[in-house]
Design a protein around this ligand. Structure first.
Ligand code: RIB
Length: 298
């Protein structure tokens, strides 16, 4: 298994779990409060590290207690933190998360230092990019940084996996540089204009992304599983059935596990099965990273 580089955000998740998510202007009482390590980049890096990967995480934190705690968490799971920088001018990322009784959530993010990642930071980490077997990133950092990362990865021929979350428009030039894209149903609709509800609509959306030059497409479809499409074939790999307590970060656990499976040489359908298991376990407990499985739990 080769080295893995994750480039992305780190947040502290302030979570309230209650019976229902309030509508605008409404107040809901009776919730429970939790504080967890989160952020899409960090969640994916930690998931991969907990499953046994040799992971470097490139990120930016603020010079505050939240950032210090996040760093300790990364060190605890053996992540290489030499490409995590402190930005004195910003606070560490924070996400306010509401979770309902079915485990569904809504999230509002104050990006802080995550928004300070620049192209220069990526140039400074050139050797980390070159020595990786796979690179994984998301869209919770500036788009300019994502574009430069894609360009650098292409230059040194390292496959880049893009989890396009949260949903944003992507240029065709960026899509051409992506080895594997992993949108969920909403993100796939944003990228293709096709409402993904089942295997057939997932196929149509995945075809559009492939035509734009992405080599491999996986559309995650919650409890239904994940649809894949590449040169070798396509199909829906069903998800594992579990009772969801908190779905926050399930997609991140999926992506972290996926990169591990791919770096171990599994093909796409096998890698999805592995990632589905890890994601299913993660929704049975509260918290994005706290709920992620270690290898022996799979
Ligand atoms: O994908 C889940 C993550 O999104 C949370 O951990 C939160 O920090 C937001 O970034």
């Amino acid at each position: 298994m080769g080295k893995i580089l994750v480039v992305g955000s780190s947040n502290t998740d302030m979570v309230v779990k209650s019976g229902q998510i309030p509508r605008p202007g409404e107040t809901v009482l009776g919730g429970q409060f939790f504080s967890f390590a989160g952020g899409k980049g960090a969640n994916q890096a930690v998931a991969a590290a907990k499953l046994g990967g040799e992971v470097t995480f490139l990120a930016k934190l603020g010079a505050d207690e939240l950032g210090k705690n996040a760093l300790l968490g990364f060190e605890k799971v053996g992540i290489d933190t030499s490409s995590i920088w402190i930005d004195e001018s910003a606070h560490s990322g924070v996400a306010l998360i509401l979770v309902d009784e079915h485990g569904e959530n809504c999230i509002s993010v104050a990006s802080g230092a995550n928004n300070k990642i620049t192209g220069q930071d990526l140039l400074n980490a050139k050797s980390k990019i070159e020595e990786s077997s796979f690179i994984l990133t998301q869209l919770e950092i500036p788009m300019e940084a994502v574009s430069i990362l894609a360009e650098m990865a292409e230059e040194v021929n390292v496959p880049l996996i893009l989890n396009p979350a949260p949903a944003q428009h992507l240029t065709d030039q960026l899509l051409k540089r992506i080895f594997l894209i992993t949108p969920n149903e909403t993100e796939a609709e944003m990228l293709t204009g096709i409402q993904v509800t089942d295997e057939f609509s997932a196929f149509a959306a995945a075809e559009i992304l492939k035509e734009k030059g992405v080599k491999n497409v996986i559309i995650t479809m919650g409890s239904k599983g994940a649809f894949f499409l590449n040169e070798e074939g396509n199909g829906l790999i069903p998800g594992e059935k579990v009772k969801a307590v908190d779905t926050t970060g399930a997609g991140d656990t999926f992506n972290g596990a996926l990169i591990i499976a791919l770096s171990e040489g599994l093909d796409l359908p096998q890698a999805i099965k592995f990632a589905n298991k890890a994601a299913a376990i993660s929704v049975t407990k509260m918290g994005a990273q706290d709920s992620q499985p270690f290898r022996d739990q799979l």
